[in-house]
Design a binder for this molecule. Structure first.
Ligand code: NDP
Length: 337
């Protein structure tokens, strides 16, 4: 059983060497009387929140830290081999919490059974999984979007952002995204149908860039980045604008988060800024699938994945999220069947 083991808690930027590949020789079995599952892992998801799990927190937070010396855990797609839970049977496909290893013994609480297999299974790590739900809940539930409004999305080509942009276009909004390379900007405009896109690394003055793309201001900001980006957005918000605070990836590796200077704009422009966690919206998963599956089949939504093969490449893939190496949703293939 090949495994990716978490070394020890870190500060600052994660490195590949914080995660180590090993092979456990003992054959994994479902313990006698277990109510869990023995699964074969197929696709694993690399997600920015996993950085927080590499830190030892001195106060409770919404995710548990990894255990040093144990396999990394995260979201993934797996096939049931043995079941101690009557709701699951061998051969079932599931997505939810599993281990960064070939085979895992897992509990069933977080698992969702996969019924629609006429789409790529890897989509359940992204488009049809947690990031997809994040885009859906964040955009429709938090942003209260209306046709004709102006929408700005940072980290727009990633797992969540690319979908928010497409939902916004389907709603009839004017949509601008930013990302960190020419290739990503090209995807935003030519693949996902954003009205405009720019490379934030080429913009020494973010405020000037936002004024250029939003001469009349921003109605909705979908926040994935934080820091200087948020500070530049705030004075560009329109009256009664909404900011969905989804993530602040630019801050995750800093020992002290950067200060935000322009919060007064929230008052002046009467902006609603609201943080959210996708976990509170899983009750909408059925409705989400009913909305998104037809969009996929009708070609109204497209999704770009950055697929790396094998657990050997998993540490680099996870770390790459923090330098923008991934183009689209970062997925690791452990096995295709
Ligand atoms: P992505 O697929 O977008 O990957 C991360 C991207 O972030 C990178 O490719 C890079 O793109 C960008 N990035 C990395 N470091 C920086 C930086 N210092 N400054 C600016 N951009 C940076 O990730 P996801 O779509 O999975 O996640 C997007 C955001 O949503 C994250 O903040 C994440 O934590 C959050 N999230 C929140 C959830 C919730 O429940 N609230 C659930 C899921 C995700 P680029 O090349 O464009 O810089």
């Amino acid at each position: 059983n090949k495994q990716v083991i978490f070394g020890d808690y870190i500060t600052g930027f994660p490195k590949e060497s914080d995660l180590k590949l090993t092979t456990a020789t003992t054959k994994l079995k479902l313990p006698e009387g277990s109510t869990g599952l023995l699964v074969k892992n197929l696709y694993l998801s690399c997600d920015p929140y996993m950085r927080s799990r590499m830190t030892k927190h001195d106060r409770p937070t919404y995710v548990q830290s990894f255990t040093p010396g144990s396999p990394v855990t995260g979201l993934g797609v797996a096939k049931v081999l043995e079941s101690g839970d009557t709701k699951f049977k061998p051969g079932d496909l599931v997505w939810g919490h599993t281990g960064w290893e070939e085979y895992s013994v897992i509990t069933t609480e977080s698992l969702i059974k996969i019924h629609h297999t006429d789409v790529p299974l890897s989509y359940y790590t992204g488009l049809l999984g947690m990031p997809g739900m994040t885009a859906y809940a964040g955009f429709y539930e938090i942003c209260s979007p209306k046709k004709g409004e102006t929408v700005y999305i940072s980290a727009a080509s990633g797992a969540v952002g690319q979908l928010v942009g497409q939902f916004a276009k389907l709603t009839g909004c004017y949509v601008v995204g930013s990302a960190g390379s020419t290739e990503k900007v090209d995807l935003l405009k030519n693949k996902f149908g954003f009205d405009e896109a720019f490379n934030y690394k080429d913009e020494p003055d973010l405020d000037a860039a936002l004024r250029r793309y939003f001469p009349d201001g921003i109605d909705i900001y979908f926040e994935n980045v934080g820091g200087k980006m948020l500070d530049a957005v705030l004075p560009n918000m329109r009256l009664k604008g909404r900011i969905a605070v989804c993530g602040m990836i630019s801050q995750y590796n800093l020992e002290r988060p950067e200060g935000i200077h322009n919060l007064m704009s929230l008052i002046v422009k009467q902006v609603r800024m609201e943080g959210f966690l996708v976990f509170s919206y899983y009750h909408l998963y059925g409705k989400f699938l009913e909305t998104v599956l037809p969009y996929i089949k009708e070609g109204k939504i497209t999704y770009v994945e950055d697929v790396v093969e094998d657990l050997e490449n998993a540490p680099a893939a996870l770390i790459g999220l923090f330098s923008g190496r991934n183009v689209g949703k970062q997925v690791i293939v452990v096995s295709r069947e």
